[in-house]
Design a protein around this ligand. Structure first.
Ligand code: NDP
Length: 482
């Protein structure tokens, strides 16, 4: 049967790629979501040229015009949240309500940055020298390369593209090869509803080894924003630094959730289940290390097992599903490998970790809770990126804090406690970019800064008004009367 190919957007035109690939539904491997172009290095260069050529045209759009464009994009995303959320759920495997929520978030992000484009204020600094005026202003960086992962196929692109455009940059966007559907739909809306000048926004779908690589190494791309794995991030960071381009990296996490004896048990269990297993555990902010004080430990484990047994793991789009399938066969294999490894290292599979059969063939895995682990095991050092949580038993708060901070990562951290003293101390001393008290480590607001420390992030924060640090270049001007 003939299928329409979803094309790349280069210089305002939809163009076929040198090849195309099927986008497969992980809930039902016989379901082809669509056929999507796969670009190469040559197409990426064309997109970069188009973005470079569009710079002066985009630069003369007033802040109000840019705000209106972003607002129209946000309005359409919100109006089509059900339809696009369903597409997201079908291609990525998170549940339909999670998919719809993600599209709403993307719409809200565009509306937030519509307002931000009107708020790009400069500063006048009191002069040191008599009669010399000191002005600080912000300018667009130029052509921005945006490279995104598969786990949030519309929200992550939105939180990079919206500020890039709001502050006057032109964009070449390369989405994850695994899930091009939501990215293509977003690009189509940006192009049509945004009515941007040709080349201000370009989409090149295709493999990271070609499209991503070309984007990272192109002289004209002045800034690269990346979210994905630590290994790829490190390589991209080096390449950008070598050629003097600005780079922002959002990478992995090994996020701790501390549960103290004085925690409210129901709250702690809800926070752990939500943070560890929802969105199939495929979140960089997911709670993968549950650090539990010995007094509450037996009650917490028993309650976790009970709640986990009631979770419904099924087709992502089926009403009532709590947890959809794993997104891909590679991720499925990685999850199973880590569960096996944890067992070999001495961990006990207290619940889940089983491959499940459902009405359709898909990557179904029951969330795994692994007990009897310590913080030196690989299961507690490396990012799994699946519905897998390991438990580390600790004596007291001080040990919990030490274990929580003993990691190469530092994205998000959490604590469940009713003690103001411990909550306050944890907020101060946790070595993470985002700290949660009695709320899940995953799940953040779109208008607040997002990012981590150590191996989790590099460069300026994303989201909220902090996004301007990455997407603008600061200029300081000194003027004296001539
Ligand atoms: P990657 O880091 O490989 O991919 C992220 C993005 O970078 C994708 O768009 C990818 O393209 C692109 N990319 C890959 N190689 C290059 C390159 N050489 N130059 C430029 N861009 C490149 O992550 P994966 O999607 O392959 O996932 C692998 C693992 O990464 C997961 O199992 C998980 O552990 C972790 N991960 C972490 C995320 C986080 O938010 N912390 C998000 C996603 C993954 P393409 O899709 O074509 O490969």
């Amino acid at each position: 049967m003939h299928q329409t190919i979803h094309k790349n957007l280069i210089g305002g035109e939809w163009v076929e790629g040198p090849s195309a690939a099927e986008n497969i539904n992980p809930s039902d491997l016989s379901d082809v979501v669509g056929l999507y172009a796969r670009g190469d290095a040559c197409q990426t260069e064309q997109a970069i040229e188009a973005a470079q050529a569009a710079r002066p045209v985009w630069a003369v759009w007033t802040a109000e015009h840019r705000a209106d464009a972003l607002d129209r994009i946000g309005t359409e995303l919100l109006a089509r949240a059900e339809e696009l959320g369903d597409l997201l759920s079908r291609e990525e495997g998170k549940t339909r309500p999670e998919g719809i929520g993600e599209v709403i978030r993307a719409g809200r992000i565009f509306k937030f940055f519509a307002g931000e484009s009107l708020r790009l204020n400069g500063e006048l600094i009191p002069p040191i020298r008599q009669g010399v005026e000191v002005e600080v202003s912000r300018e667009p960086e130029g052509v921005v390369g945006i490279i995104t992962p598969w786990n949030f196929p519309i929200a992550i692109p939105a939180w990079k593209i919206a500020p890039a455009l709001a502050y006057g940059n032109t964009v070449v966007f390369k989405p994850a090869d695994l899930v091009p559907g939501s990215a293509w739909a977003l690009a189509e809306i940006i192009h049509r509803a945004g009515q941007l000048p040709a080349g201000a926004f370009n989409l090149v779908m295709g493999p990271g080894s070609q499209v991503g690589h070309s984007l990272v190494n192109a002289r004209q791309v002045r800034a690269v924003s990346f979210t994905g794995s630590a290994d790829t991030g490190a390589r991209i960071g080096l390449s950008c630094m070598q050629r003097g381009a600005k780079v922002q990296l959002e990478m992995g996490g090994k996020n701790p959730l501390v549960i103290l004896d004085d925690a409210h048990l129901d709250t702690a269990v809800s926070v752990a289940i939500q943070g560890s297993f929802y969105s199939t555990g495929q979140r960089c902010t997911g709670s993968s290390r549950l650090i539990v004080q010995s007094g509450i430990y037996p009650r917490f484990i028993a309650a976790m097992k009970e709640r986990m047994a009631a979770l419904r793991i099924d087709d992502a789009r089926q009403p009532g599903t709590d947890i959809g399938p794993v997104a891909s066969s590679a991720q499925f294999e990685q999850d199973l490998m880590y569960i096996h490894l944890a067992y070999e290292e001495g961990g006990q599979i207290a619940a889940g970790g089983e491959v499940l059969q459902r009405a359709t063939r898909g990557f179904y895995l029951s969330p795994a809770l692994i007990t009897e682990t310590d913080n030196t095991m690989r299961i507690n050092r490396e990012e799994v990126f699946g519905p897998v949580a390991s438990v580390i038993r600790v004596r007291d708060y001080d040990e919990a804090l030490h274990v929580a901070n003993d990691t190469a990562f530092g994205l998000s951290s959490g604590i469940c406690t009713t003690s103001l003293r411990h909550a306050t101390d944890f907020k101060r001393r946790s070595a993470a970019g985002m700290v949660m008290v009695n709320v899940p480590t995953a799940g953040v607001d779109y208008h607040a800064p997002f990012g981590g420390r150590k191996g989790s992030s590099h460069g300026a924060r994303e989201q909220g008004s902090y996004a301007r640090e990455f997407y603008t270049a600061v200029k300081t001007c000194y003027t004296a009367a001539g």
